[in-house]
Ligand binder design. Structure first.
Ligand code: 4AD
Ligand code: MG
Length: 507
């Protein structure tokens, strides 16, 4: 059996492939089947004269998603999907599919999410899952090359790590327990044993809102490095993200093309230098007091709003013109369908702009202008800032009140914590949170009290400060947020095979 992805090695040769029929077109004496086998897609040509009547009729009536085995010759054909074509000599049906619920026409998100187990077979989802796989592999390559040790942190935990509001409670032999929000505290213990480590595991947050950035179950990569300060931490984050982006550009070209991802930004990220801003500078940019490349956020948002309105007007005009053409009549059926389809597409695009930019921009402007210094940046604040950049932005020196209990305070300015958030450009927002860890045992104890966390649960953690405490730092990258940005998706739900989020536990 040959994989479609290996057809380039089989040009002119006979092969056997097994897969599923994803699309079919019938013409006189020919059936064109698009076969997918997981490794790729290929057009297979079934010719009545070659396969005979019985097989030809079988091919003609075969429904979408039926599984089959094809024998035939591989021919180069640049015009075809994947660059090859299969001339079928023989076909064996493995299983005839029932009527498939997902067709080529537009489906609503809820319908697709309810059919996630089938939706995963479509080409866009195929591409996203493959980029995710590429990213995971590249992440391991980076850390292994840099001599980090991979470790697995526990999933059942006895204490909170990232605040008590998003804990999922469970039971552990009749005792209360929580699903882990982060492997960091265990990572710190391992870093004191191994030097440089990284976790790569599932983490859980009971997020009580539906947003395009939040999952209840997501995968996090958390490196922790002994003897690193936040400067070195930021250098590591930058090198890491550039390495992974470069790897994806190199190894996921076909997938990025399917996703219509404009790769210019990714190329800039792989070669450029990240912007590093203090929290104070970021707030000034947010509020429009400081310009980026000669423009302020508020000006930019106002221009974008005007442009969104113009786009809608243009599209409405185009619809009107097309409707006039239809009204005149005398158009062939094929052409008529084509025009009607285009009108539907335009209407959908208008709806997207209305529900997206048109609705959001005024809210973004308002929350940016009203942002109070000292607060944490919210989702829309991050969007406003990162729409100004085409390269990731690192924000450091945060007010300590908005950061977690373990964050190191700045000795020179105790109001500040040595944390860093990395925001992905193009409006995406936070993909990494991290920082230097507090080494002062007494400060830590007072922070644990301030956050109303149970001291007993943290005694083991305090031991790390009692026995050979050293400066150390680390960070956490949310895998799905990273995939979402790399693929430039509208919503995080498409980045993981079976998303778990507010209101979604099935399939
Ligand atoms: O900023 P967070 O909460 O930081 C931590 O958990 C630290 N313990 C990390 C560390 O220093 N070792 O989360 C880290 C990242 C975020 O930047 C975001 O990318 C992702 O995890 N994240 C989520 N992704 C999807 N859905 C959610 N509900 C997420 N919450 C956080
Ligand atoms: Mg964070």
């Amino acid at each position: 059996m040959t994989q479609i992805a290996d057809f380039h090695k089989e040009e002119g040769k006979q092969v056997k492939v097994k897969g599923w029929l994803t699309n079919k077109r019938i013409s006189k004496g020919l059936v064109f089947i698009v076969l997918r086998d997981g490794s790729g897609f290929v057009q297979a040509v079934v010719d009545l004269n070659t396969v005979g009547n019985e097989s030809f009729e079988q091919a003609k009536s075969l429904p979408q998603e039926s599984s089959l085995e094809l024998y035939g010759k591989v021919l180069k054909d640049e015009k075809q999907i994947g660059g090859y074509e299969l001339q079928v000599e023989k076909l064996n049906i493995i299983s005839v599919a029932e009527e498939y619920p997902i067709s080529n026409k537009a489906h609503g998100t809820d319908f697709l999410m309810n059919n996630r187990h089938l939706w995963l077979r479509s080409k866009r989802q195929w591409a996203i899952m493959r980029v995710r796989n590429n990213i995971i592999f590249a992440i391991h390559k980076f850390f292994q090359k840099e001599k980090f040790m991979q470790m697995d942190a526990p999933i059942f935990t006895g204490n909170a790590c990232e605040g008590t509001t998003t804990l999922f409670s469970t039971e552990f032999y009749e005792n209360p327990a929580y699903l882990t929000q982060s492997g960091q505290l265990y990572g710190e213990a391992m870093a004191m044993a191994m030097g440089k480590i990284y976790t790569f595991g599932p983490t859980f947050r009971a997020e009580l809102s539906k947003t395009r950035r939040h999952l209840s179950e997501f995968w996090m990569i958390e490196p922790e490095m002994a003897f690193y300060d936040n400067e070195k931490n930021m250098d590591t984050i930058e090198a890491f993200i550039k390495f992974v982006v470069t790897d994806v550009l190199e190894n996921s070209k076909e997938e990025l093309k399917i996703l219509e991802r404009n790769i210019d930004t990714l190329e800039k990220v792989s070669k450029g230098t990240f912007s590093r801003l203090t929290y104070d500078e970021a707030v000034d940019i947010l509020k429009g007091k400081k310009a980026v490349n000669g423009k302020t956020t508020i000006e930019t948002l106002e221009q974008d709003l005007a442009k969104a309105k113009q786009d809608i007007a243009d599209k409405q005009n185009e619809i009107k013109e097309k409707e006039e053409i239809i009204a005149k009549g005398g158009i062939k059926k094929g052409k008529l369908n084509f025009i009607k389809n285009k009108i539907d597409v335009l209407k959908n695009e208008i709806k997207d702009i209305e529900e997206g930019l048109l609705k959001n921009i005024p809210q973004w402007i308002e929350s940016a202008q009203n942002f109070e210094y000292g607060n944490d940046l919210g989702g829309s604040d991050e969007t406003v800032i990162t729409r100004m950049f085409d390269i990731p932005v690192m924000i450091y020196n945060w007010p300590h009140e908005v950061k977690a209990f373990y964050m190191k305070r700045d000795a020179e300015n105790p109001n500040l914590a040595k944390g860093v958030d990395v925001l992905a450009p193009e409006g995406y927002g936070e993909i990494v949170g991290g920082g230097e860890r507090e080494t002062d045992k007494d400060l830590l104890i007072s922070k644990i009290k301030e956050h109303e966390l149970p001291m007993e649960a943290f005694e083991w953690y305090l031991d790390l400060r009692r026995f050979g405490s050293v400066p150390h730092a680390g960070f956490g990258l949310g895998l799905e947020r990273f995939v979402s940005w790399i693929c430039k998706l509208k919503h995080i739900r498409e980045t993981i095979p079976f998303p778990r989020m507010y209101g979604r536990l099935f399939p």
